[in-house]
Design a protein around this ligand. Structure first.
Ligand code: DC
Length: 250
């Protein structure tokens, strides 16, 4: 077995982060980004992946794909027994077109149908079932084994990629996340009710953080980034600094 080349150093971040970091040579580079709904994970992870020319894997989209299938087939997503019985018959895969992740469910491209609040809330429910998580876990691990990836989700640093070379826990206050979602819907001329959005975010946080299997939590070795007072460029620059410091050991 090859011994990893290890160099240990300390990094002082502007976000009060102080952590021992280890640079390790191995086949593929894995970066894990976890955090609650609406913290900006996918926007940032996508941009980060573009800069590094890594594959961006949005695992939330996989859970949304499963949830969408059940909603479309009018199955009760709160019925765990039903969902677990049906789950293995879903063939879900992701593929990339011009660098954009597409979710294919039983050979149908459902990418454009999974971004609604309804699907997001159903995804939060079905993702609490161990059978659903197991169904997706092997696929997520396999992708990360074969490619340099930035993978985002809720349990990436803790369960899917516990050996990721860089782990980031991206969060923001509930008020800030609700306001961003409100502004986003308004800019698309869609109906938006701040209080409703706020309450949905609270519910989703609670469900994602308190489920028995693979709950959302910060991995002990993850860098904590609170984006409440930062814009996208600032967060991205900070991610790049972490990448250089931790992975390139520059
Ligand atoms: O990131 P998102 O909003 O697209 O995720 C939708 C739901 O999927 C989220 O509320 C919880 C679940 N999820 C999960 O349990 N584990 C992941 N790695 C990613 C998402």
């Amino acid at each position: 077995m090859l011994l990893p080349e290890v160099s240990i150093f300390r990094l002082h971040g502007r976000l009060d982060i102080l952590q021992e970091s280890v640079c390790v040579n191995k086949m593929s580079i894995n970066i894990a980004i976890d955090g609650p709904a609406g913290a900006g994970k996918s926007t940032l992870a996508k941009e980060f992946a573009k800069r590094l020319q890594y594959i961006y894997v949005d695992t939330g989209a996989m859970y949304r794909g499963i949830a969408y299938y059940f909603l479309k087939n009018q199955m009760d997503v709160t019925n765990q027994t039903l969902i677990c019985n049906q789950c293995t018959s879903i063939e879900l895969r992701i593929q990339y077109e011009d660098g954009i992740q597409h979710v294919i469910c039983n050979e149908e491209d459902i990418t454009n149908f999974i971004r609604t609040e309804e699907v997001g809330n159903a995804a939060s429910i079905v993702s609490s079932y161990p059978c659903v998580r197991q169904h997706l876990l092997d696929m997520q691990k396999k992708i990360a084994r074969e490619s340099d990836v930035i993978m985002d989700g809720r349990d990436i640093g803790t369960c899917v990629l516990p050996n990721a070379q860089l782990k980031i826990y991206l969060t923001a206050s509930v008020e800030c996340r609700a306001q961003r979602r409100f502004d986003e819907l308004k800019s698309k001329m869609e109906q938006a009710d701040y209080d409703k959005i706020y309450n949905e975010i609270m519910d989703r946080d609670y469900r994602d953080m308190n489920r028995a299997t693979a709950p959302l939590k910060r991995a002990e070795d993850a860098f904590l980034v609170d984006s409440s007072e930062m814009n996208i460029e600032e967060v991205l620059d900070y991610f790049m600094k972490l990448y250089k410091d931790v992975i390139l050991c520059a």
